[in-house]
Design a protein around this ligand. Structure first.
Ligand code: 6GP
Length: 838
């Protein structure tokens, strides 16, 4: 076997076209990649060819680092964090990697000197939308921080052929379009065909006694699917570490169906092949909604089995025995989507590697940590026994065995408490029987965490209350964070430069340093620059909106932004009630003094979520009326920007004055958009929910617009019997707003269109919009007042950004490393000739 050192490319000791960071080498690399990889010359090259050549040029500069990182991890036998997630919502790679490598300006210059349009090339990149929202984007931020902190890590997930759908708005309604993100090729991934893994499905199990007369079980599946790994390099900021994101694609094994061909079942054989490959075809577009679809469980098991088998292979390669598996890998379950991993690791250890149950169980518990991301009951994953048994017969047996032993422990601790037993059981037997995945994850992990202080408290009290009573020591809070590389440096270069000019660049990897900005709060010139920067960015967004959506917005107006998935608990419709309230004020008194506002919305609704889609229609319908009413005189504008995604997030967070974080208290686990806004100097109007509470604590209550019921008050009101009618009848302003919607005013006289929404509010109002309405309107009036004093607003804006240090994903990842994973940094040193940084 040849070793690294014997391959010529690894012997080069000079800066070459693949590693070099001089202008000349980068220019040559571009031409070289255009010709040799894209097979094009300038006369025939499309902008996409140039983008690809550029992407390869950047990837080349990561490859040495990537190899080195993997090599060091293997040689040193370090502990690796393995982040298991059904979603990684990465967003565009190019700019992020350029920033992390420290060559953004240099490469931009080279591209422009070559006569190409850098911005055009940058915008060509199709973003990998392999996630729905918060949970998937958090995984991407965490991968960035793991690399930046030099923590050995690997992300494992699914290489969906079609990611989250593209959204179009037609006649005010959402229309879903397939996301063909791979259609022009993906330069950032490398398939590792030789590391393909086999995954079994279905069939039956068979008991037998082995040669030592031990009782054993073997699984005889009726289907085998191949998992092919596709690796994407994840660079860290200003370090040499490049970790791996390994995404699995399902393929049918070629040899599998030979028999079928021979007996003439050609169609059947090909069809089964297609069915196997369907496993990784498409991302389920439901955010926080569990739909018991078999294919979804197949996806989950598929990627988890591939990943665990991969980890075991890597572990055994080190020459270690499986007893120390948990010292090689700390596996984090990103919600319950990968929680079948608990049963799968047990199966691998007990059935395939013949480890005794008790020891296997110890290894398993020491390996896994479980993060919960939502309290919504409809998101709690559970699978009917019949579905489970058909697909994973062996796993169901293992789950029964885990359950029996677990409930034995519970019984010993709480004798004669059958209710408790029923609640803790891994099997829900209250009606149709189900496997409860949150219970499986909780039993199989040594650590369980929520994603914001309030959320963790509620988890401990309600959803996982019985588990908390049993094992309080397993629980901890890990408040979410976001990466300042993507969410400030990449998306807001103007603000990043201003900050760096004042306090140096260390804040980019030590976000607490932003505190130093407070020293300049009395500096009028600094405040002017801050304000001007925000103004410039708002100007860019206004131009973008005009050019792409034909709506004229006033960049001097207050930019009031709500971007996130559409969900009733997030209450985009409460925002609409405020818009209509303002509109009504203008109609009643056209000369009323009003702070001009631009309301910007963005977000996708799950395709089957009727109410969320109706809310999109309402926003657009209200926009049509308000934007075209001469009485409004452009003082209010409402824009729903279609196809909200990471790229658009990067455009909109920096331009926001006001961040809408208005979920019903107790419903939003954390939120991460709230952090991105505040980091970029937006002020928050929000409830005491999720991480809003901690943001407010950090920035100071005087720099935050608070409204609404607390979680306790929500519970209390619910238990007393909440009646939205009372609010409707007792608040004339609210009544007028609701009546205006009901009257067909925003629907060309159609009184039926919005009836389901209005009726839901009047008769149920599960998210208590009516209870919070007045308090929200009052807080918005305070916002208006505050915005008129631009000096004061600017101070608040600076203080918000300056005090956001806590919400860096670096802080969050450090906490996970120290308190859950027991993982430490490993420095990656490079040969001198590729060390250079621009
Ligand atoms: C989301 C939560 O709704 C959000 O509050 C949180 O910030 C984010 O996770 C990251 O922790 N949950 C999901 O996206 C989800 O699908 C099952 O939960």
């Amino acid at each position: 076997m040849t070793t690294f050192e014997q391959v010529p490319v690894f012997q080069c000791e000079f800066e070459d076209d693949r590693t070099g960071l001089s202008k000349e080498t980068i220019k040559r690399a571009l031409a070289d990649n255009l010709f040799y990889i894209q097979g094009k010359v300038p006369a025939t090259a499309t902008p996409n060819d140039y983008y690809m050549a550029l992407a390869y040029t950047v990837r080349d500069r990561m490859l040495q680092r990537w190899f080195k990182t993997t090599e060091v991890y293997t040689k040193k036998g370090v502990k690796v964090v393995s982040y298991l997630s059904a979603e990684f919502l990465l967003g565009p790679h190019l700019s992020n990697n350029l920033i992390n490598l420290g060559i953004y300006d240099l490469v931009r210059q080279v591209v422009e000197e070559s006569g190409l349009d850098f911005v055009q090339l940058r915008e060509i990149e199709e973003e990998p939308g392999l996630g729905n929202g918060g949970l998937g984007r958090l995984a991407a931020c965490y991968m960035d921080s793991l690399s930046t902190l030099e923590i050995p890590a690997i992300g494992y997930g699914i290489r969906y052929e079609f990611g989250i759908f593209d959204q179009e708005i037609r006649d005010g309604w959402q229309v879903e379009i397939t996301d063909k993100w791979l259609h022009l090729g993906n330069p950032w991934e490398i398939p590792r065909l030789e590391e393909t893994i086999e995954v079994k499905f279905g069939g039956r199990t068979e008991a037998y006694y082995d040669e030592k007369c031990r009782y054993r079980v073997r699984w005889i599946p009726d289907k085998v699917v191949k998992g092919v790994p596709y690796d994407t390099p994840i660079s860290g900021y200003n370090v040499n570490t490049v970790n791996t994101l390994r995404l699995w694609k399902a393929e049918a094994p070629e040899s599998f169906e030979f028999q079928a061909f021979n007996v003439g079942d050609y169609y059947g054989a090909v069809n089964r092949k297609v069915v196997s490959e369907n496993i990784t075809k498409v991302l389920y577009p439901n955010d926080e909604l569990m739909k018991g679809k078999e294919l979804r469980l197949e996806q989950q098991y598929f990627f988890v089995s591939c990943s665990l088998q991969d980890m075991i292979r890597l572990h055994l390669q080190k020459g270690e025995s499986l007893e120390t598996f948990h010292q090689s890998f700390a596996v984090q379950l990103n919600d319950t989507h990968p929680s079948i991993g608990v049963a799968e690791l047990m199966r691998l250890l007990v059935d395939e590697y013949e480890i005794e149950w008790d020891q296997a169980w110890q290894i398993t518990q020491n390996t896994f940590g479980y993060t919960n991301h939502t309290l919504l009951p409809e998101a709690l994953e559970k699978w009917t026994l019949s579905l489970f048994k058909n697909l994973l017969p062996r796993h169901l047996q293992i789950i029964y065995e885990i359950n029996q032993r677990f409930l034995g422990q519970v019984r010993a601790k709480y004798p004669n408490d059958s209710d408790r037993l029923a609640r803790l059981s891994l099997i829900d037997e209250s009606g149709e029987k189900y496997v409860r995945m949150a219970n499986l994850a909780s039993v199989g992990s040594h650590a369980i965490n929520g994603v914001a202080a309030l959320h963790t408290e509620l988890l401990k009290r309600d959803v996982l209350g019985d588990f908390h009573e049993l094992w309080p020591e397993k629980f901890s809070n890990k408040t979410n964070g976001v990466t300042p590389r993507r969410w400030i440096v990449v998306s807001n270069p103007l603000l990043a430069n201003l900050i760096t000019r004042k306090i140096g660049a260390d804040w980019i990897s030590h976000l607490e340093d932003l505190k130093q900005l407070e020293a300049f709060i009395e500096d009028a010139e600094f405040r002017r620059e801050w304000r001007q920067t925000k103004q410039d960015i708002k100007g860019y967004l206004a131009t973008y909106i005009k050019e792409n959506h034909g709506i004229e917005v006033n960049p001097e107006s207050l930019f009031d932004v709500q971007v996130k998935r559409l969900h009733e608990y997030k209450r985009q419709h409460l925002n609409v009630l405020h818009i209509i309230t303002l509109y009504k004020r203008i109609k009643d008194n056209p000369n009323i003094e009003i702070t001009p506002r631009t309301f910007i919305f963005g977000g996708k609704a799950a395709p089957g979520y009727f109410m969320a889609k109706l809310i999109i229609k309402l926003i657009n319908s209200v926009g049509d009326v308000v934007n075209n009413d001469p009485d409004v005189r452009d003082r209010l504008k409402v824009v729903f920007l279609p196809d909200y995604n990471v790229r658009f997030g990067q455009r909109v967070y920096p331009a926001a004055d006001l961040s809408e974080q208005i979920s019903t208290a107790g419903k939003e686990a954390s939120g991460t958009g709230n952090m991105k806004f505040a980091m970029n100097g937006a002020l928050t109007i929000g409830t005491l929910d999720g991480a809003n509470i901690e943001i407010r604590e950090e920035v100071g209550e005087e720099n935050f617009f608070l409204f609404g019921l607390t979680t306790e008050q929500v519970y209390e009101l619910k238990s007393k019997g909440y009646n939205p009618w009372d609010y409707y009848h007792n608040n004339p302003q609210l009544k007028q707003v609701i009546d205006l919607i009901s009257s067909g005013f925003f629907s060309h006289g159609d009184t039926n269109l919005f009836r389901p929404l209005v009726d839901s509010l009047l008769y149920h109002d599960p998210y208590m919009l009516f209870a919070d309405y007045q308090s929200y309107i009052d807080a918005q009036d305070q916002v208006n007042q505050a915005y008129r004093d631009q000096e004061h607003w600017t101070r608040m804006s600076i203080l918000n950004a300056a005090r956001m240090g806590k919400f860096s994903s670096d802080r969050a990842i450090l906490e996970y490393c120290q308190e859950i994973w027991n993982a430490v940094p490993v420095k990656i040193e490079l040969e001198e000739y590729i060390q250079g940084r621009a």
